[in-house]
Design a protein around this ligand. Structure first.
Ligand code: DGJ
Length: 586
């Protein structure tokens, strides 16, 4: 008997249910009584099933709005994903991954973002093989790492190269995206029901298996459904089914969504829709105009709808968090030059309307303008998770910004299994060698791991901010926190290295400050009170045995005689953070 049933005290009814009381030939009153009993039992059973489900899923990773932030809750506690994504082919071999896991753990990752390929789990239709996945899961657990799984199903970077051979070889059954001249492409069409059904079947079996092997332990935190979908080199699918849909009406569910949320729509989407008259019905070109962006929005609806079916089938087996990721757009690229239909900022609302089973939409950010891209995915209905990003010092600075300024739930540089991502030395202090960037992620993650209880509290309380200086043109960044403004400049004006500085407010006039790069931070204030801000003190602190312990008092030459805090590129390698106290005078 399940403990939940015992708790509910329905053991006797269970036994009764097993007895042949419902076969009784008793008369009217007795019948009515039995009817009532059956209803009561059915109700209690329903309650018991719900209770079982609750018991089973109590610690299931989920999102929760807490104070100022939406946080990822794992086994009941807020959690920051300090992640890294391995190369596409690494996870196809348990042996290949064996030496990599301990290295990633030594880099202070707590989560590895890792592909699961359709062709691997369903090599023949209906025959499922989860041996590789089981091996990966075991190894992750042995190294105390969580996983985010990437479902490389029908689509990976627009292509369908991870579909099993039995799908690839059957063009009749599984039609492709077609070019306007009728040629096929190596991309399954999102307009094909057969594609969607086969993918959803495989994905639901994956999730069922995951539930069996991980439903209690929660090694896997989230699942990405497909990877960087969209069409290239043309802006839309021209298969017969696609043409028919394009000539048809925009689904009412979409126009209703646009009308209901008009004031909070992505500004670009809103302007495209409003420029075409903000219509609530019509064909795609009537509702969104005849520019190429309409093809993009049309494909977005279709990819999202197809992925909704896949995600919902998976969630029916095991309701883990799910998301889709976007390849971003290079400047001046047109739909089809970039992945047309992906969950880009201007399509987030379309994806939200079509795919409610996706908990979030995520950017893969390799370009400059990190702050801009990351901000456009940070919305009240979409907490920020960055599954792919640059590594090295640039990545480390971006991570500081994402967690500090945008309350990201996770960050994950791509190609984390590369040789040039190294763990810290055992002593924790390293003289930068030929590859000064190589320990940047490890040292930033070490610091963020030590800070994470404070950082998570501060995200909730709204007591954390971060500044980012990126690109050659940007010389300074300003961050407002509490009553103060922190003014960040590069120490070496000629450098173009990225700077990321994180500020945690620990008191009205006190901050913990850490960062990536060589920078100087001075402070000002425009709130009522004495107008000039002075630095009362700066203390180094290091994390030892679970506590922050003081190092040097920084003053004199090292603080420009109390005028600025200096952040050094080597600080993170040394595990140093600064406690800065400010005061004000006339
Ligand atoms: C983006 C893709 O999503 C990744 O799987 C990987 O292929 C990288 N690009 C390579 O840079």
């Amino acid at each position: 008997m399940h403990p939940a049933l015992v708790r509910l005290g329905i053991g006797r009814q269970w036994r009764k249910f097993g007895a042949p009381f419902y076969l009784s030939r008793a008369a009217g009153a007795e019948k009515a009584l039995k009817k009532q009993t059956v209803i009561a039992i059915a109700l209690q059973l329903a309650l018991a099933v719900a209770a079982c489900a609750q018991t089973r899923d109590a610690g299931l990773p989920h999102l929760e709005r807490r104070g100022h932030a939406t946080q990822l809750i794992v086994d009941g506690k807020p959690f920051l994903i300090l992640g890294g994504e391995v190369h596409n082919s690494s996870s196809s071999s348990v042996d290949y991954m064996r030496p990599i896991w301990p290295r990633l753990a030594a880099m202070h990752l707590n989560t590895v973002v890792i592909p699961v390929a359709w062709e691997t789990i369903e090599p023949e239709e209906g025959r499922f093989d989860f041996q590789v996945l089981d091996g990966l899961l075991q190894a992750a657990r042995a190294n105390r790492l969580h996983l985010v799984l990437l479902w490389f199903g029908s689509w990976k970077n627009t292509y369908s190269s991870y579909a099993p051979a039995w799908v690839k070889q059957n063009e009749q059954r599984f039609p492709r995206v077609q070019m306007s001249d009728g040629r096929g492409t190596e991309r399954l069409s999102p307009f094909s029901k057969a594609v969607c059904t086969a993918d959803a079947t495989a994905f639901s079996r994956l999730m069922r298996h995951l539930h069996t092997i991980d439903g209690e332990q929660h090694t896997v935190l989230m699942v990405q459904v497909e990877n960087e979908v969209g069409v290239i080199p043309e802006s839309r699918d021209h298969s017969a089914a696609a043409n028919q849909a394009f000539a048809g009406q925009v689904p009412a569910a979409l126009t209703r969504y646009l009308s209901d949320r008009r004031s909070t729509l992505n500004p670009e989407l809103r302007s495209v829709w409003e420029s075409a008259g903000a219509k609530t019905s019509g064909t795609w070109q009537q509702v969104f105009g005849s520019a190429p962006i309409t093809d993009d929005l049309f494909m977005a609806w279709q990819y999202a709808s197809s992925i909704q079916t896949v995600a919902a089938a998976g969630k029916a087996e095991y309701p883990l968090l799910m998301y889709a990721n976007a390849a971003l757009v290079r400047p001046n690229y047109q739909p089809g030059q970039y992945n047309s239909g992906g969950p880009l900022p201007h399509s987030i609302d379309i994806w939200k309307a079509a795919a409610p089973s996706l908990d979030l939409l995520s950017p893969d950010i390799y370009f400059n303008e990190f702050a801009l891209w990351a901000s456009s995915y940070t919305r009240p209905d979409n907490p920020l998770f960055i599954p792919e990003a640059q590594s090295g010092a640039t990545g480390a600075a971006n991570a500081m910004y994402a967690f500090g300024e945008l309350s990201a739930i996770g960050f994950s540089p791509f190609g984390i299994d590369d040789e040039n991502n190294e763990p810290l030395d055992l002593v924790g202090i390293t003289v930068p060698g030929e590859r000064p960037d190589s320990k940047a992620i490890a040292s930033a993650y070490a610091e963020l791991a030590n800070l994470s209880p404070m950082l998570l509290d501060a995200q909730r309380a709204g007591n954390v901010r971060a500044g980012l200086i990126e690109g050659e043109a940007q010389r300074a960044a300003r961050v407002r926190i509490g009553d103060y403004t922190a003014n960040i400049v590069r120490s070496a004006a000629q450098s173009s290295a990225r700077i990321g500085v994180l500020f945690l407010q620990s008191g009205p006039d006190e901050f913990l400050v850490t960062g990536v790069g060589d920078a100087q931070v001075s402070f000002t204030s425009d709130t009522p009170g004495p107008p000039i801000v002075g630095i009362e003190s700066i203390d180094e602190e290091f994390f030892h045995d679970g506590h922050w312990t003081p190092g040097r008092r920084i003053n004199g030459d090292e603080s420009a005689h109390g005028q600025a805090l200096h952040i050094h590129a080597g600080d993170l390698l040394a595990g140093c953070i600064y406690r800065v106290r400010l005061y004000r005078y006339h």
